[in-house]
Design a protein around this ligand. Sequence first.
Ligand code: DOR
Ligand code: ZN
Ligand code: ZN
Ligand code: ZN
Length: 396
Amino acid sequence: TIDVNSKLVLPGLIDAHVHFRDPGLTKKEDFFSGSAAAAAGGFTTVIDMPNTIPPTNTTQALKEKMRIAREKSLVDFGLHVGVADLASIKELTEYKPASFKIFMDLVDCDFLIEAFCKINEVRDNLLNGVPSHPLISLHAEDPDVVKQCTNKMKKEGSDPELYSQARPPQAEIEAIQKAILLSKKFNQKIHFCHVSTPKSQKIINQAKNDGLNVTSEITPHHLFLNSSYLRKYGNLAKTNPPLRDEKNRLTVDNLSQIDIVGTDHAPHTLEEKNKDVWNAPPGIPGLETALPLLLTQLNQGKIIVGDIKRLLCENPAKIFNIPNKGFIRKGMDADLVVIDLKKSYVIDPANFQSKAKYSPFEGFHVQGVPVMTLVRGQKVMEKGHILKNQGKFIYS
Ligand code: DOR
Ligand code: ZN
Ligand code: ZN
Ligand code: ZN
């Protein structure tokens, strides 16, 4: 029996945006350590991003990642696929990717249009007798604005705070505008990863009002940190898109407009993070801090339990079409997280299950901690200890 006395029980959290680095970059993380971080953080489902080595943009790479995840993952998983060879899109669809992920900062406009066009051509493929409408998820930053502003800021020196202006809000805004035009042209569902600035969200809201099928994600770091943390924490706070200054930032007051919280769990080695700002890789490990940070907001009366359920359980399940997850009700998987809402403590990355034992949230005083995580009824975390489990592909 499980003692859930005086505890809060929520559906297992779903993180639709993690980078587990497996295969090819397993010094940073692998599917075992990443999924252990998920379980420790109260997450029972993760969807992994395709920028591994090799990138998950061929059926061969996808099958290999699937094999790795089946072998190593402690929590249930889905996989986003990348878009490189447009000819392989049709075949990739047959392996049920959670979405086609496009890093707009890395592709030119012609490629983007072709990708939308090709993905649109496979939308009537039947998957298990159900017509599919593949989702495109986007890292929205305009490559030209990024290039131009990065070159300009590099001349100013190597103060980490410069990074904020190397990829300014305008880079994101322009990319989002472009993607929404394409969504309209192709009647294509799109999902914006890590929206970071109010103007972007306003454009997305407008598109929704116009009837387009557009959704958006915010990360805990964009929600709780501003660009001054680049001064404080250096490259540990370096991420793409960068942290914004106070007046260009989304906060908990904007949460009602946002569809999901995704962590963009993006671990790197400390050695890499110790390079100068222009050479250190961007990314923040987020799986083990997301829920404590949100529970703290809950304890402070700034958000309600329904916000956490909507943003981290229900909406991710709906947007990514994940069967039997996101809700506690009859017929659903028994994916649960048990939370001690009273416990106060200080975030210490030394305790992370992730291989990335650093965080710009180090030293934050939080209240509320996941004390047990269950995946399909199986305990995978109890009081911070990780237990063996075999994660399952969410679309199988
Ligand atoms: O900060 C980021 N890190 N943004 C990205 O788009 C990629 C990610 C990573 O893979 O490290
Ligand atoms: Zn075409
Ligand atoms: Zn991204
Ligand atoms: Zn990411």
